[in-house]
Every structure is written in C-alpha cells, then in structure tokens.
Design a binder for this molecule. Structure first.
Ligand code: HAS
Length: 555
C-alpha cells in the first residue's frame, strides 16, 4: 500500500501549462548552447595558430557570441526553465497571473537576447560578455542586455508570487525546500542585478547614444562586479538545488539535513554580493583596506560550498552503507554509476573540488597578482560554470525534459548520456588543464593568437594553445552528443511517464528552525553587509573620480 502511495506521489506531474513555459526557456538555452559552443570550438582553433576565421569574421566577435550566449543566455534560460518547473512541482501549479508574469518575462528576455545577439553578429558589439567600458558597443546591444535583466525580474516575480501564496496558505510551516531555494536565488539575483541595471541605464546607454562623451570606467566596472560575482552563484545555486534535493532521490537516499541546506543557501545570499572587488584586485582607485575586506568576505562565501560538500558526502556515504558498502570507501561502489541522472552531475561535483580550490587561489590577494588577466582565470571558469554547473544542468535535463514532454529516457540514450559526460570530462581536463598551466606561465586571457613579435615567451605558450584546441574539439563532440539526446527527448523518445525526483528529508535530521525563513532578518543582514562593503569606496570613487573616457571600437 505504502509503495503504491509512494509511487503515485513520485509521479506528481508539473502542470502542462507550466511545463510549456518551462520548456520554452529550456529550448532557448539549448539553441544558445549550439551557437555558443560552435564559437567556442572556433576560438580554440584560432588560438592554436593553425586556423584563420573566414569571411572577415573577427576573433573578438565570436568570443563575444560565445561568452554572451553561454555565460549569460544558456544559464539564465535553463535556470528559469528549471526553477519554474521546480516551483510548480513543489509549491503547486502557478496561477494564471503568475504564469502570465512568466510569459511576459520570457518574451522581454527573448526580445532583448535577439537584439543583443544581432548586434554582436553584425560586429557592432564585440565587447565580450563583461562589456567593459571604455570598449563601446552599439546602444541596441546595451538596451538588449537591459531587457534581459528586466525580463528576468518580471519572470522571477511570478515565481516569488507562488512562494508568497504558499506561505500564506501554510502559516508557521517551512516552505517546500526546492521552492525556498528558488526564492533565495531570485532574491540574490534581483539585488545584484540592480548594479548592472544602473551601469547600463545611467552610464552605458547615454554614452553609447552620444548623449554624454565620457564614461567613468572604474565606477562602471565596480557596478558590473557588484553584479558579476553573485551572477556566478546565480548559476551555481540551481546546480546545488539538484544536488541537495534531486540527487538523493535518484540514488535512493534522503536529504541529509533540510536545515543545513537552507542555512547554506542563506549564507550565499549574505556573502555572495559584497565581494565584487576580488575581480578588481589589481585596479587602482580602490584602497587596499576595502579590497582586503571584500577578500575576507569572499573567503566567507566558501563556507556554504564546504557545507554542501560535507552534506553531499554524508548523503552518499549513508546511502552506500545502507546498501552494504563496507570499509572507508566501499560505500562509493554502491552508488548507481550506470544512471546518467546521477553520474553526469557527479562528474560536475568532482570537478568542483579543484575548481573551488582555484577560486580560493584567485581570491587570495597576493596570488591574484600572479593569475589575474591570465588564461588561468578562463581555466577556472570553464571548470566551475562550464563543468560543475553545466554538467549538473545536462544531468537534470535527462529527467526534466522527458518529464515535461511526456517521454522516457531509453537505455540507449542513458548510455549515450554517460558517454557524453565522460567525453566532456576528458575534453575539459585537457582544455582547462592547459589553460591553468599556461596561465601560470603568463599567457593572457581575452586575446587573439599572436606571437607577440616573435617573443620567446609567447612561443612557449603555443603547445598549450594547441592542447586547448584538442580539448575544445573533444568538448564540441560533447555538445553534439548532448544536443542529439535533447532533440531525442523532446521529439523522438518513446512516450511514457518520467518522474520529477524530489527527495524526502532523513528521519534523523534535526527539525528545521523557522528562523531560516525569516526574510526580515536575512535581508537586513544582506543589505547591511552590502552597505558596509560598498558605501565608502563608492563615495570615494565618485568624489575623486578620474577623468572619464571616450568610447573605443577596436574591431
Ligand atoms: Fe570564480 C573569476 C573566486 C567560485 C565563475 N569566477 C571567475 C570568473 C568566472 C567565475 C566566470 O577571487 C571570471 C570572471 C571574468 O570574466 O573576469 N570563484 C572564486 C571563489 C569561488 C569561486 C573563491 N567562480 C566560482 C563559481 C563560478 C565561478 C562557482 C561559476 C559557477 N573567481 C574568483 C576570483 C575571480 C574569479 C577571485 C577573479 C579572478 C581575476 O583575477 O580575474 C568559491 O565559491 C569556490 C568555493 C568552492 C569550493 C569547492 C567545494 C566543493 C564541492 C564539491 C564536493 C564534491 C562531492 C563529490 C561531494 C570550496 C561542493 C564527491 C567527489 C568525489 C571525488 C568522491
């Protein structure tokens, strides 16, 4: 009897109308993967020194397409698709108004994405994904990016409204864990994206339209990184949602601790925003005290990741031992290695161990002098976002897509997905490994192939750049494989029922204290920390502003 009830519970379906909204986002994400991934392959080929782009296409043009489509569009759209499905599955079907917000957000973001992408493709905005001033893009590019942010606010509001509705209907009870996590991620996103919105609307758009001649470069970068670092956690937290809530169910275990999961998310809300200066450690104009303070806060934001690592190890070990695993590592053998829904995200987790260590190196003020603006940093973010996060998203797509399309992942597709994960890990180890090593030899990031006037040092970098092209080519095979699986799951896989796995919390876990859901406390601390870390340096930057810069277009 219990089993039948359990089974029925497992097959709670996301409402079809919500599923359609989620799918619309996920389709755009995978289109971005196809185009952005192709540009990535071309970049590594160009940098190997053996390939020239045809038809006058510029290196920085494809680098911008790659960064914008993969770093900003693939991530944001997949996250929104996943979050909509997650809220609908755990807090209940969206109301018509909430869904309408979702659709308005989707179309606003999509109009913005199209406008920005067209300008990049026309070579009017080869400013890379950080769109650093004084490089100046066409104003339509900036308006497009602003629409993506505004659209995400509107779509996000729909998800938050569902959470508020749930809390009102269930006073005194902790909200469903997955919905709670979605709301933390959105709160962080909304607070941080205010920074980039101010930069784009008040600095970059008037400057690119010629209404003002000059831009304050330091201020614009500071506003960007106020947004840019929490942005990376906006990518990471949905991966953590999958690790905390979905993976335990897939392996047949339970969530180690609901309270610990919520605490770790709240710590991300507190510490992921007041840390942007760790991207500006080499910039003049910010005093070393404020840099030091933000470095300390950066090391605080490592703590919730360490909590997550602990929690995941505990979940795996408990399950492995329950299945009879003995000895120090015997439990590892008992995990379901043949299940792509587990293995692919697991590869992402394993990659996060060296990736996170690299992040701590970056954040350490002195060591940052060695790696800043070298291709080491590119190696770092290909391990974090392009492996840990993206492989978790792929692993999630292998059950989410068939759940939403009413199909099943066949044995053959599961096998192919496992091959895909292994191909990705192999290609990324070569590419990101070469980037890390040659970065330590001083090879710059954000740069086209050059022998730097026949310099001996630059000649030493070339073998590593060839290794990056080999790794990049293998990764591109990985992209073709994932796109093949995704197309199969959307249109061709056999019809059937696929579970949206949601784990239960372990019966040994402590009760979740309601203080973890007291937004007044957490938002107050969050805003206090931001004000503490940014007020004085921002006043200083504005009062003692260096001369502004005119716009440059080097392409
Ligand atoms: Fe970073 C630059 C510091 C995490 C992304 N980062 C970047 C850029 C990107 C990026 C895109 O302080 C480049 C921006 C640009 O274009 O200029 N980063 C950190 C730190 C962390 C960190 C301290 N970064 C991320 C994540 C990203 C990301 C996550 C994307 C998703 N990063 C920096 C700094 C820079 C930087 C400087 C500027 C560099 C410069 O000079 O320009 C931390 O959050 C990392 C903490 C993580 C850990 C790992 C915990 C491990 C876990 C896995 C457990 C595994 C299990 C599996 C359970 C401490 C949770 C079991 C495994 C078995 C093998 C059994």
């Amino acid at each position: 009897m219990t089993t039948i009830t359990e089974k029925a519970k497992d097959l709670v379906k996301v409402d079809k109308r919500d599923g359609k909204l989620a799918l619309a986002h996920i389709y755009v994400a995978f289109i971005a993967l196809a185009i952005g991934g192709l540009c990535g392959l071309l970049q590594t080929l160009v940098r190997s020194g053996t390939f020239t782009l045809p038809w006058g296409i510029g290196y920085y043009q494809i680098l911008t397409v790659h960064g914008v489509l993969l770093g900003l569009i693939l991530t944001t759209y997949f996250i929104f698709g996943f979050q909509i499905a997650a809220v609908s599955r755990t807090a209940g079907t969206l109301t018509n108004i909430q869904r309408l917000f979702g659709w308005i957000g989707f179309w606003t973001m999509t109009i913005g994405t199209t406008a920005a992408s067209v300008m990049v493709l026309l070579n009017e905005a080869s400013v890379l994904y950080t769109f650093y001033a004084p490089l100046q893009a066409h104003w339509i590019f900036y308006v497009g990016m602003a629409l993506v942010v505004v659209g995400s606010w509107i779509g996000g509001a729909g998800q938050i409204m569902k959470y508020i509705e749930w809390r009102k209907a269930n006073p005194g009870q902790p909200s469903p864990l997955l919905t709670f996590m979605v709301v933390v991620n959105l709160a962080m996103w909304i607070i941080c994206s205010l920074g980039v919105a101010v930069e784009v609307v008040f600095q970059l758009i008037p400057w690119s339209l010629g209404w003002v001649d000059e831009v304050d470069v330091l201020l614009s970068r500071t506003l960007f990184w106020y947004f840019g670092h929490p942005l990376v956690y906006f990518w990471l937290l949905p991966a953590y949602m999958v690790w905390y809530v979905i993976i335990p169910k897939i392996i047949g275990g339970k969530i180690f601790s609901d309270a610990l999961a919520r605490l770790s998310f709240m710590l991300f809300l507190l510490f992921s925003i007041p840390v942007g200066f760790h991207h500006q450690l080499t910039e003049p104009g910010i005093s070393s005290f404020w840099k030091f303070l933000q470095v300390v806060l950066t090391l605080m934001v490592v703590i919730p990741s360490l909590l997550t690592a602990f929690s995941m190890f505990a979940t795996f070990e408990l399950r492995g031992r329950a299945l009879g695993g003995k000895g120090i590592f015997g439990w590892l053998k008992k995990l379901p290695w043949g299940d792509a829904r587990f293995l692919v995200p697991f590869i992402g987790m394993a990659a996060f161990i060296p990736a996170g260590a690299g992040g701590i190196i970056n954040a350490s003020h002195q060591m940052n002098q060695v790696v800043h603006n070298t291709i080491w940093v590119t190696g770092h973010f290909h391990l974090t976002v392009a492996t840990t996060v993206v492989l978790t998203f792929f692993g999630a797509a292998y059950w989410l897509l068939p759940h939403l399309t009413g199909r099943v992942l066949t044995k053959q597709m599961n096998r192919l997905a496992i091959i895909q994960g292994i191909v990705w890990a192999f290609g990324m180890s070569i590419m990101s490994g070469a980037m890390h090593i040659v970065g330590l030899f001083g090879a710059p990031r954000r740069s086209d192939f050059s022998t730097y006037g026949g310099s001996e040092q630059a000649a030493e970098w070339i073998p590593y750049q060839i290794a990056q092209a080999v790794g990049g080519t293998i990764l591109f095979i990985g992209i073709i494989l994932v796109l093949y699986i995704v197309i199969n799951l959307i249109w061709f896989a056999p019809k059937g029922e696929t579970e949206f796995p949601i784990s239960e919390v372990s019966e040994h876990a402590e009760k979740t204290p309601m203080v973890l859901e007291n937004w007044k406390i957490w938002l107050t601390i969050c805003i206090a920390l931001i004000l503490f870390a940014y007020t004085v340096p921002l006043i200083d930057m504005i009062q003692n502003a260096p001369p502004g810069s005119k716009g440059y277009k080097f392409w």
